[in-house]
Design a protein around this ligand. Sequence first.
Ligand SMILES: Cc1cc2nc3c(=O)[nH]c(=O)nc-3n(C[C@H](O)[C@H](O)[C@H](O)COP(=O)(O)O)c2cc1C
Length: 195
Amino acid sequence: MTKLAIIYYSSYGTIHSMATRLAETAESAGAEVRLRRVRETAPDDVVQSVEPWAAHAASVADQPVAEPADLDWADAAIFGSGTRYGHVTSQLQAFIDTLGPLWQEGKLADKVYAAITSTSTQHGGQETTLEAMNTTFAHFGGIIVPPGYTDQVKFNDGNPYGVSKTAGSDLDDTDRAALDHLVTRVLMVAGKLRG
Ligand SMILES: Cc1cc2nc3c(=O)[nH]c(=O)nc-3n(C[C@H](O)[C@H](O)[C@H](O)COP(=O)(O)O)c2cc1C
């Protein structure tokens, strides 16, 4: 069984719904999955002052939080983060910043990695945010698995770097197809590496 960690941060729920779809598809494919949200780092009064942010935070409050051990455990990991001015969220970055000891021991290397993102506007930083995560994976010594255009579905969502969604609507068929393709490809490559 391939072990897949899905590590994500979501303020308003878009990345959460994308990550949940990845988890469901991976479990259907027989993978062992840890779906983990990263810890909120924004002050609670700030979160509570933005209604959709507070609502999403409350809806996931009982769900497990990502720990470095989840990456140590995994054969493959998919990171998810909305964009912040073209970069990953500080919340996901704060989690990444806790990975120094694992990195030092070489325990982040030789795993399969991929990324998903969301922006509020179509050209608001989807590619740069995915590439920022891919840069981190390179420093891990990870095996980065971009979707490319390796399936016809990729000509619909059109992002070869990962999977991205412009926020503001529920997942549609194009989103689901791109997410399913990404996670299936990650599991396929991870399975081949495990031998
Ligand atoms: C401080 C801040 C900066 C943001 N910067 C951008 C940006 O540069 N481009 C963009 O399209 N959206 C930007 N957004 C919108 C978020 O990326 C978007 O709402 C989020 O990714 C949706 O994912 P979520 O629902 O999982 O939180 C920004 C949001 C915040 C709060």
